[in-house]
Design a protein around this ligand. Sequence first.
Ligand SMILES: Nc1nc2c(c(=O)[nH]1)N[C@H]1C(S)=C(S)[C@@H](COP(=O)(O)O)O[C@H]1N2
Ligand SMILES: [Mo]
Length: 434
Amino acid sequence: MDEYAYDRMRREQWLAGEARAEGVDRRTLLRMLAAAGVAGPVLTAVGAGAASAASPVPDAASAASPVPGIVKPLPPEWFVPRGTNAEMRWDSVAGSGFHTPTERFFVRNHTSTPLIDPAAWRLKLTGSGLRRGDVEFDLAQLKRLPSTRITALVECAGNGRSFFLSQQGRTVPGTQWTLGGVGSASWRGVRLAELLHRAGLRREAVDVLPSGLDPEYVTGGVSLGRVRRPLPLAKALDDVLVAYEMNGEPLTPDHGAPVRLVVPGWIGIASIKWLGTVEVADEPLYSPWNTDFYRLFGEAYPEGGSAPITAQVVKSAFELPWAAVLEAGRTHRLTGRSWSGSAPVREVEVSTDGGAVWRRAHLLDHPRKDGWVRWSYDWRPGQPGAYQLRARATDRRGNTQPVTAVHNREGYLFDAVVAHPVTVTRPTAGQAAS
Ligand SMILES: Nc1nc2c(c(=O)[nH]1)N[C@H]1C(S)=C(S)[C@@H](COP(=O)(O)O)O[C@H]1N2
Ligand SMILES: [Mo]
């Protein structure tokens, strides 16, 4: 079943009193239902109280950091601070290895990085979808289970959002990422499927709700509770990892220590950090993160919004400073990376003349479903002046990057080609211009 049909079924079940929506405004669900044409009789009451438990862990707010709430150093040559988040600078990783080093990986925090004592930490599996009741794992038990290593990108659904305004003239709220809200890592851990099977699934189980141990997310004076987002059981059993290692080392605090989820191909919010509980339910679940957030609203979408968004789109980035300065009359080896959430990237084209002529970039990695491809493009600008560089990737399913991204209210899933400004200067004295 596709996500849209699944979502519709969830809504119908909620209407029939067979789904739970803690922390979700009842009006939000009614609006979604009305818009989806799932009209119906008077609804049963649903508790919408925010979770109340205080955070058991101290916040790691450090006054010296350009982003209070992030623990690791954020040198300005590696990161751009954006509210509670830190964006990776693409120019700082030019020509580097396949994976993003952990210390350079972007950070997206709804609140702040908690410091969790790994010895006291437990992962609790709970809920009506389990056959034998609650099950707990401590870290040592988790590490004794069969482990798997995978490569996966984590990318924020809002990555590229700022281009809705700068290229398309549409203001969208939220973190104004350029293209650095993405990273690649090698992850090791236990498959979520392994834990669910050990705990014992009931045939009726349909949704899995992982929650983080970071502080509750408060917006507009209202607590929405812990960061959490339901996953359909089918995805949970497919390729989701309960990870305790990133790039061969234990997870660091900012990236979810001691344990996070990694949900390959899907938007970053699915990969819950600081994992504390996983609820398995025999009824569909809602949280603000699959109702108000992470759906597409706007003129191109149904009134109550799209189905919850899942797979990431196609993007490309040059590993160049924004407004880079290059010299005319010399060959510059431009490098960059392209990626897609749903299939290997098979081709990357580059244009240096405003999008009239496109030539193939040289791929430095084999196309792979679980990662990006690095590429290079040799460019010898003849004349000084202002240029715009463009890169356009196409994946094996034929998904490619359009000239314009379809607008949505929150600015998610920007996939259009980005015009990267560059200034070409006269050759410096003593350099033979040809
Ligand atoms: N518990 C928790 N998990 C979370 C978040 C959060 O704020 N709290 N942010 C999510 C979002 S929106 C993204 S894009 C990724 C970012 O992962 P990173 O900070 O390791 O790059 O984590 C996700 N998991
Ligand atoms: Mo995100």
